[in-house]
Ligand binder design. Sequence first.
Ligand code: HSE
Length: 410
Amino acid sequence: MINVAIMGHGVVGSGVAEILINHNERIAKRIDKQINVKHILDLRDFDVPYSDKFTKDFNDILNDDSVSVVAEVMGGINPAYDFVKACLEAGKSVVTSNKELVAAKGAELIKLANQKGVSFLFEASVGGGIPVLRPMANCLAANEINEIWGILNGTTNYILNKMIVDNMDFDTALKLAQDLGFAERNPAADVEGHDACRKICILAALGFGKHVYPDQVQTEGITNISLDDVEYADGFGAVIKLIGHAKKQENGTIIASVRPTLVSREHILSSVNGVFNCVVVDGDQTGEVAFYGKGAGKEATASAVVADIIDAIRHSGVKKYLNWQDGYEGYVDCFIDEIGKFYITLKGNDYEALKPEFIAAFGDCFESYVFNEYRKEIAILTKELSKSQVKAKLAAMTQLNEYKILHTML
Ligand code: HSE
């Protein structure tokens, strides 16, 4: 019998408890060992059939030598960081779904797990129920990873999809995502891109070998995206998706971003809908490999946590952790002048005067444009330009008083 503890009984934590308790026999047959949920830490009271397992005191877990694996599913940095560190120091393996913790403290906790000879696993921190970190570390081990793209946040993908397919406004779609249990406790973390940022940090760290900190990633959410943008994008043969991206550069630095992006309808990421996530990894031997599945939700995420618990039990006595080194300032290049096709909307003091100014400024540097007479707005898809070239053109337009620029995968 293996005793485990669960820290947190929210959406994911209750899912982990239910899988381990309701499917106990199935798991026991598979791993030849019975898993016993001995403690569940939460300050709240719950009326559930396993209410005898609850404690409000972390020390009940820390000081229980019979508990060898602890699942941290509380979220946030504090007190999760202190609790995880204490468990690892006490020689307990830890599995977590907490992307905020791994993105902020991953390198340090990996080092500690290594010193203590225990497992530190966090498959559920990226892509919910999608197996992506373990396959990247194991199955792509023969590859040099060059680039990673992903739809990494189920809530924003659900919202954008509702806007694209049902013409639904932003707030109604967000409310639906919250009701379905996809959103973070504070949905600002979803819609402002921070959740996806943490996930691209983890993917980049694993893929390229060095810790990437969230404040090194250029992050922009979807709060600025309107139904008009969705419609213009459609006219340009694209859909708007929140894309996490990381790429290795020849000088050893990387670039990393999370931003709303126009994705060509031909690209695999354009057809990732609803709460689904997809991570595309470019390995030098495999070429592009895609990992697809439910990126949020109770059962899917709990499935990944339980798989990590099973992995830690199976490899008890053998340290098992995903690995990367510390990062450093300057490792992520924030000043690169990226080149691509840009989507731009322009509004001016005098719409009629803005039109010839736009033509003069952009010359033949656009692929397509729309004069929206109703909104008195111009929407443009440029040819390949650098962002500084785009900014210079905009700076030359005296009538311009409002603009929006999005990157594209076109
Ligand atoms: N709020 C997150 C999402 C949950 O919507 O993807 C899974 O990390």
